[in-house]
Design a protein around this ligand. Sequence first.
Ligand SMILES: [Zn+2]
Length: 67
Amino acid sequence: MDEQTPRPGAGGTKDVVCALCGTRAGSENAPPTWLCSVENGSRRYFCDDCARTHIRAIEGRLDSAWW
Ligand SMILES: [Zn+2]
């Protein structure tokens, strides 16, 4: 297990950013309306707009490179 768990208030600023449009969530945790997809061992987040647009591809477990 090599997953890193961000610690709130630890000083690191690693905002969640939409992998498609670059929208920032403004926090380390994605809003509940965002989608999280694991691709190639790393997590990607998609904002609600992009999630809605690409929900089929996401549910089909296609890497975003195919979109
Ligand atoms: Zn987006």
